[in-house]
Design a protein around this ligand. Structure first.
Ligand SMILES: Nc1ncnc2c1ncn2[C@@H]1O[C@H](COP(=O)(O)OP(=O)(O)OP(=O)(O)O)[C@@H](O)[C@H]1O
Ligand SMILES: [Mg+2]
Length: 114
């Protein structure tokens, strides 16, 4: 199992999620529509930003998607394609190995629990 964690521009989120929902077998996702951060280019040029304790953060949206290994590439490619504007601040995608997952209602574990 892999977790795809993606930070994207908030105004691109709906387009990204719509595209991800087309992927057959996508088990689910968690979305945080209101996160703050900065990348290499800091948040100075961001169109939507906030300042907390004299530090500027750009407003972003975060997706967390845990999938069977064989779906990871398709999820990454879909986000790359649909979150892209070509401007600074388009975001980042991280792919993380997931050791275990559990479905609370049934007690299933592993990929069966996704
Ligand atoms: N190394 C990182 N670790 C954790 N979060 C990150 C990292 N880099 C970027 N982010 C998150 O991704 C968001 C978008 O980053 P951003 O696209 O601005 O990166 P960048 O390196 O500055 O690239 P760009 O030149 O496209 O702006 C940041 O606001 C932050 O929330
Ligand atoms: Mg940046």
């Amino acid at each position: 199992m892999k977790e795809i964690k993606a930070i994207v521009q908030p105004f691109m989120l709906a387009k990204v999620v719509d595209a991800l929902k087309q992927i057959e077998g996508l088990p689910g996702m968690t979305v945080d529509t209101d996160v703050q951060g900065f990348g290499r280019s800091l948040a100075s040029g961001a169109r939507d930003k906030i300042t907390l304790d004299a530090i500027e953060y750009a407003k972003k949206a975060k997706l967390e998607i845990v999938v069977p290994d064989e779906l990871a590439d398709q999820v990454v490619q879909t986000i790359l394609q649909h979150a892209h504007t070509g401007n600074p601040g388009d975001g980042k995608i991280f792919v993380i190995d997931v050791q275990q997952s559990y479905r609370i209602r049934t007690g299933e574990s592993g990929a069966d629990a996704l």
